[in-house]
Design a binder for this molecule. Structure first.
Ligand code: GLA
Length: 692
């Protein structure tokens, strides 16, 4: 039974883990346990009943599941509300529990003195060892209340531990750097205030005891399914309790909760493993593929994107020439990037006017699409729906549709402003305009871009509190995207935000894949991809072979790096010679053979390119009959050679052959003796491993 309860204590069990909490003698809903599943129900500890401490109430000492500020309690709360009469604390009492099916539990709480209901939802993904939490806040009274913070969850670590936090940081062209540092007394805050997930940090955490590695050690990890302002607040209290709160960012946030209204938070997913960071990542990868992505098990086609070849100078002849070359190499999907729509000749103008530019495409997109289809490829297109250039018909008609403060100058970034997608009229305009584009053209793929961050976050006629914009905007993006998806189910969607500026478990319910980074230089990509893989699976990771680093980095190396994800090509094919196109065709043919193992297999990081000048990545099919190994060497002073690469994830007793090496050996042998790969600087290799 995955969920069992006795006398106001609840145990949530997944295949290998358990999570429990209960009411203590003071009625606090206290966290009890999160770790390996225990043999008997009686093995789980009771709700902690620690006494308070002078200057502190029990709530400061006991790890509450969903603490709100009340009494002598000063720890990081999950909730902050101001009631209509000005009262600013919240005293939550347990009301009841409710089971929804086998895998979901709801704990009903209410404020002791106000008609405010709080419902804590716990949903189990038993086979994935993941627990999903979200919260509903209902105003059951007749006066409005103002929400100033509502986190999705507070995740507690076993008390008295010394922990280390792993998270991701970066910037445009340099996303997803893995950071690890000890958690010390006090708060560590990670967040986005940029309206979107951001290149700078990711709503993901992993916590270990300081000695876990890729293969072993306890790791508690989690993520937030949200594509706007988010916050992670890791706290080590003065009473040696470590907890990670995660949810919507409360910075500049307020929500007027009207009578009868329910506010629902995004979900936070979290898990526990004893098998290190690699296993933590694989659990998230499976979660994303099995539960979050709309079609997580449909292989992605190999695409060509013309951006780096033609930038804004697109027209039928230029694109048709590239399409022919792409088709000749075995590419399956041709994507025309920026520059195709009304008035778009540079990044100065056009955003918002989503119909084909009359000069570049006098007969619309159909002639090009038909040509691409005749070459045997699907056709895809770039759009940036949330943006508008002041030089556009849309802005001239609706200057009030952008996010702005009336008294402030509107700060432009890349010459563009942000449409306020919190507004239903803006949402409807986009659904209609983009819907028409998709209905009138045979478009199989959309790259949805977002190329700036917010400024002057105002909404002059906001329906509630103007600070609701942070949440209403993201919900608006989800509505537009969801509606377009529903109406045009044939389209595969990519989330891009100047590269990896919007990749999270929220957008991945709408997008089928993400553009990892605008940086396509292969050695930089090794680092970016390693960080990306902490959270996201390879099928989500769109990776192109481009001309970045061409003189220095071989085409083979560039292909191998891009083949570690969902392969694409983005170089200027007109500048590639026949040999290059032939090599490309060979790698593309190989990728078609191995893509299911890469996109849907278990990924093992066998090195850390962020720390060492060589690395390796291995993908193992779920049935363990097939694996693919990529090895990369960047620069190590010669003549040192690489250490043997110990394989992972194979069936210990089955026999496997490694391509290029003679003789079959057991999985156990390959995993313990390794594969010696001889590479010089800036060389790489790909090897198939097959059970015999
Ligand atoms: C962003 C994207 C690029 C490209 C350009 C087009 O920078 O990340 O891949 O689409 O916009 O303007």
């Amino acid at each position: 039974m995955p969920i069992h309860s006795t006398h106001h204590s609840w145990v949530l069990e997944t295949a290998h883990t358990a999570y429990s909490f209960g009411l203590n003698s003071q009625g606090l809903l206290a966290h009890c346990y999160w770790g390996p599943v225990l043999p008997r129900a009686e093995d789980y500890p009771p709700a902690p009943d620690l006494p308070g401490w002078p200057f502190n109430s029990q709530g400061q000492v006991v790890p509450e599941e969903f603490p709100a500020p009340a009494g002598l309690k000063y720890i990081e709360p999950c909730l902050k509300i101001t009631y209509a009469d000005g009262t600013r604390d919240t005293v939550l009492d347990f009301e009841s529990d409710q089971r929804i099916g086998e895998d979901e539990l709801v704990i009903h709480l209410h404020d002791r003195s106000y008609p405010l209901r709080v419902r804590l939802h716990y949903r189990l993904h038993p086979q994935l060892d993941i627990i999903e939490r979200r919260v509903e806040i209902e105003n059951a009274g007749d006066q409005p209340a103002t929400l100033e913070r509502v986190f999705s969850a507070q995740w507690h670590l076993p008390r008295f531990g010394a922990y280390r936090l792993s998270h991701l940081s970066g910037r445009w062209l340099d996303e997803f750097h893995l950071q690890r540092h000890p958690l010390k007394s006090g708060l560590t805050v990670l967040e986005s205030r940029r309206l979107t997930t951001s290149h700078h940090a990711s709503p993901w955490f992993a916590v270990d005891r300081g000695s876990a590695d890729e293969e072993q050690g306890e790791v508690w990890f989690g993520a937030l399914a949200w594509s706007g302002n988010w916050k992670i607040s890791a706290e080590v209290t003065d009473f040696y309790s470590t907890r990670v709160s995660i949810g919507l960012n409360d910075w500049d946030f307020a929500w007027k909760l009207n009578p009868g209204e329910v506010f629902t938070t995004p979900s936070s997913h979290a898990g526990y493993t004893q098998n290190g960071f690699g296993d933590a990542s694989r659990r998230l990868h499976d979660l994303i593929r099995d539960q979050i992505l709309p079609h997580g098990h449909t292989p992605h086609k190999i695409l060509y994107n013309s951006w780096e070849a033609t930038t804004f100078n697109v027209d039928v002849p230029s694109q048709a020439r590239l399409a022919e070359l792409a088709a000749g190499m075995g590419i399956e999907l041709f994507v025309m990037d920026d520059g195709w729509f009304h008035g778009r000749h540079s990044d100065n103008a056009g955003l918002g006017d989503w119909w084909p530019d009359e000069e570049k495409f006098p007969d619309g997109l159909t002639p090009l699409i038909e040509q691409v289809n005749r070459l045997g490829m699907d056709f895809g297109l770039w759009v940036e729906p949330e943006m508008v250039n002041p030089d556009s018909d849309l802005y001239r008609a609706h200057p009030d549709w952008v996010i702005h403060f009336p008294t402030r100058e509107r700060t432009e970034s890349r010459n563009q402003l942000i449409l306020n997608l919190g507004r239903p009229d803006v949402q409807d305009y986009l659904i209609e305009t983009l819907g028409r584009l998709l209905a009138q053209n045979n478009i199989a793929f959309i790259k949805w871009d977002m190329n700036r961050n917010v400024s002057e976050p105002g909404w002059p006629d906001a329906p509630g509190d103007a600070r609701e914009i942070w949440v209403r905007y993201v919900r608006g993006v989800y509505r537009v995207w969801g509606e377009l998806r529903r109406r045009h189910p044939q389209v595969v969607w990519q989330s891009c935000s100047g590269g990896g500026g919007r990749v999270d478990l929220g957008v991945l319910a709408l997008a089928d894949q993400a553009w990892t980074s605008d940086n396509t230089e292969a050695t930089a990509r090794l680092n970016i991809q390693a960080g990306f893989s902490q959270v996201f699976p390879a099928n989500v990771m769109e990776a192109w072979v481009t001309d970045a680093g061409r003189g220095r980095i071989s085409l083979d190396f560039r292909f191998h790096v891009a083949m570690c994800g969902s392969l694409g090509v983005g170089g200027d094919l007109l500048a590639w010679d026949a040999d290059e196109r032939e090599s490309a065709a060979r790698w593309i043919a190989l990728y078609k053979d191995i893509r299911e193992t890469i996109q849907f297999g278990d990924q093992y990081r066998l090195g850390n390119p962020q720390e060492e000048p060589f690395t390796a990545v291995q993908y193992v099919s779920k049935d363990r009959s097939e694996a693919v190994l990529f090895v990369f060497r960047t620069h190590i002073p010669e003549p040192i050679f690489l250490p043997p690469v110990r394989l992972r994830g194979l069936d210990p007793l089955r026999l496997y052959k490694v391509e290029g090496l003679s003789g079959a050996r057991t999985g156990l042998a390959w995993m313990n003796t390794g594969v010696q790969v001889m590479l010089s600087d800036f060389e790489s290799s790909v090897m198939r491993i097959r059970a015999v």
